[in-house]
Design a protein around this ligand. Structure first.
Ligand code: ZN
Length: 397
């Protein structure tokens, strides 16, 4: 086996690693764009009015005031932009730089025996552990590990603490935070045809109907739901009919609309949308990396209760990695080697496999070893005893 570092293989896992700070930076960019549009738009309007005044009744003192206000706006804009640049933008750029440097190191390793490669791989495992902890709500563990290993810039603590904040708001039946997130990422969500925003709006509408605030509910639907009618006509239609069915008299689909479990579905949909946007897989990276190894080891024997577990096989560990390995396909061996369960020796033409009438197979050499004086052999796994002559030779093609 080649000892070269598989750079392409390693990079396969690193897409979200580069994508998360990129998305964060895009947010900074959009904020600055908003500032610029707002302030310069106002300056443009004032200067347009000033130009009109210059042609008609020209008043120097009011013109001076307008110019002062324009200068004030532009100075304010400059201050805001430089604040943004010094705080969020600089921090995000540092994260990007640190991450790209970390990935670039991959190219410099001569082989996998290179001690600096194993240090790099250790760091990667630490990153994956932090990712796992963050996804499973163990934020303080994640922070501690990141701090201890000095990998704060290489993990997504900020992103996940944002996720946690918004999810806990949803669990307390508030859509405000999630809707703010949707508006920050409007363009990206539209591009992927994500309808989280509609689901959130629908939920807010349902809550108004639940509280029997019918006038507000109708106004809300006109403002926020109607815009979605091209893609969600049926749902909007049903939502409107909900007005006729207050919670106690609701049935069938209307009853389902009132179901409080839909808040949990919103939490789920929100997390999926965040993962999608940042190219994060829905499973922890640690699991994905382990799947690769487990798939190459997984055999039906590992899950067969009748078989003794192999202490060296991680898939055989029913309470540990065996659970994770259920998710991966069976290993595929082009050239299998069959090993005798009794002696551990390879079975081939010189030491052929022999089958008991019940189907269990051992090597001939091992069976001859355990054959009794009466010519009988006993199957170690089922205690079945039979004449050696009753065993049948198995041919492997
Ligand atoms: Zn196994």
């Amino acid at each position: 086996m080649s000892n070269k570092v598989n750079v392409d293989g390693a990079l396969l896992f690193e897409q979200p690693f580069a994508r998360v700070p990129y998305e964060a930076y895009r947010k900074v960019f959009r904020t600055s764009q908003r500032y610029i549009e707002r302030e310069l738009g106002a300056v443009q309007i004032t200067s347009g009015e000033l130009a009109k005044q210059a042609k008609a009744n020209y008043d120097p003192s009011s013109a001076l005031n307008s110019i002062d206000s324009m200068i004030g706006r532009v100075e304010g804009l400059k201050r805001k932009l430089s604040d943004l640049n010094e705080t969020s933008a600089a921090a995000t750029q540092n994260v990007m730089r640190a991450r790209f440097n970390h990935i670039a190191e991959l190219e410099s390793f001569q082989s996998r025996d290179d001690p600096s490669f194993s240090r790099w791989a250790d760091k990667r495992i630490d990153r994956w552990l932090v990712d796992w902890a963050l996804r499973n709500g163990r934020e303080s563990t994640a922070r501690k590990l990141a701090e201890e290993k000095h990998i704060e810039e290489l993990v997504d603590i900020e992103l996940f603490s944002d996720i946690r904040r918004i999810e806990s708001a949803l669990r307390q039946h508030s859509c405000t935070e999630a809707l703010a997130w949707c508006s920050e990422n409007k363009a990206a969500l539209r591009k992927t045809k994500n309808t989280l925003e509609f689901d959130l709006r629908l939920q807010e509408y349902i809550e108004l109907v639940r509280a029997q605030k019918k006038v507000e509910a109708i106004a809300y639907s006109k403002k926020y739901l109607v815009a979605w009618q091209d893609s969600h006509f049926k749902q909007i239609h049903r939502a409107m009919a909900l007005l006729a069915f207050p919670p106690p008299s609701a049935f069938g689909p209307y009853k389902r609309l009132y179901d409080l479990d839909s808040w949990e579905s919103l939490v789920h949909a929100f997390r999926l949308a965040v993962y999608n946007l940042n190219a994060l897989p829905t499973e922890p990276l640690l699991h994905l990396a382990l799947y690769g190894g487990l798939a190459s080891l997984k055999l039906p024997m590992c899950y067969d209760a009748a078989h003794a577990k192999n202490a060296d096989c991680p898939v055989c560990d029913a309470h540990g990695l065996g659970i994770l390995a259920k998710e991966v396909p069976w290993s595929h061996h082009v050239n299998s080697t069959i090993v005798c369960a009794l002696s551990g020796k390879i079975m081939d033409e010189d030491n052929p496999p022999m089958m008991f009438p019940n189907g269990y197979v051992y090597s001939r050499a091992a069976l001859e070893n355990i054959k009794g004086k009466d010519g009988k052999v006993t199957c170690q796994r089922t205690d079945m005893t039979c004449d050696f002559s009753a065993l049948r030779k198995v041919f492997i093609s």
